[in-house]
Design a protein around this ligand. Structure first.
Ligand SMILES: Cc1ncc(CN)c(N)n1
Length: 227
């Protein structure tokens, strides 16, 4: 199945994300507060767009089951995942709403969001967009699992609950997204399947860039210029 190939082939990329500065900073509990806040500012906007992407995709499927799944995901993204954000806000000891007040699509977030929108807007088959979206829950689930398996976090570790959340709460989402991809492959030509693979691998790389964006507090150089 394509989903198994994608998971296997991208595992070294996820391992690299795990060893990068952002996740290691969370694991060791010594991450710079500003990096966490930069992440939250971008991620609050990313999740909003992710929910809107589902709203777009709903109109392109005839499956009631898929529509139900997407509605559940929208609620989860707009409410449930805020639990994970609340852990980060507590760790930096600042009110969440204050932190995210002036968020932007910083360059790496911008590129990632537009990659997903391109596939949602230009293709009728939702598998294209889903292949660009699936690394979102999958990469986080793997990072959560890796962190929980490889470390013994103290009960009061500031980021333990963030890892726990993603290790445990992504299973259904991941399964449904991969089954949409695997079902689509059965009626697709090889060239089309190659696009799904490329979308998925690119989004896995976007996940890495997103964390590095936060670690380096990446911004647009030109914003603020009067044009
Ligand atoms: C960028 C990004 N990717 C994935 C997730 C996990 N849903 C997230 N919150 N943010």
């Amino acid at each position: 199945m394509l989903s198994e190939i994608l998971k296997k082939e991208t595992e070294p990329m996820i391992e690299a994300i795990y060893t990068d500065a952002f996740i290691q900073g969370l694991v060791h509990g010594d991450i710079d507060d500003d990096a966490v806040m930069h992440y939250l500012r971008a991620d609050a906007l990313y999740l909003e767009e992710f929910a809107k992407l589902y709203a777009m995709l709903m109109s392109k499927t005839d499956s009631k089951e898929t529509v139900r799944f997407m509605m559940g995901q929208m609620t989860f993204l707009l409410d449930g995942e805020s639990e994970a954000h609340a852990v980060l806000a507590r760790a930096v000891n600042r009110p969440y709403e204050d932190i995210i007040e002036n968020g932007e699509w910083y360059p790496s977030a911008d590129h990632y969001i537009k990659h997903m929108y391109f596939n949602a807007c230009t293709r009728e088959d939702i598998a294209y967009a889903i292949s660009a979206m699936a690394p979102c829950p999958y990469v986080y689930r793997r990072l959560g699992q890796m962190a929980m398996e490889r470390n013994t976090f103290a009960a009061d570790h500031p980021y333990r609950k963030w890892f726990e959340f993603y290790a445990n709460d992504m299973n259904d989402t991941v399964d449904v997204m991969f089954s949409i991809i695997d079902d689509a492959v059965m009626h697709m030509a090889e060239k089309e399947v190659d696009v799904l693979k490329k979308n998925y691998v690119e989004s896995t790389e976007h996940e890495r860039r997103f964390f590095n964006m936060a670690a380096t507090k990446e911004r647009w150089d030109g914003v603020g210029i009067n044009v």
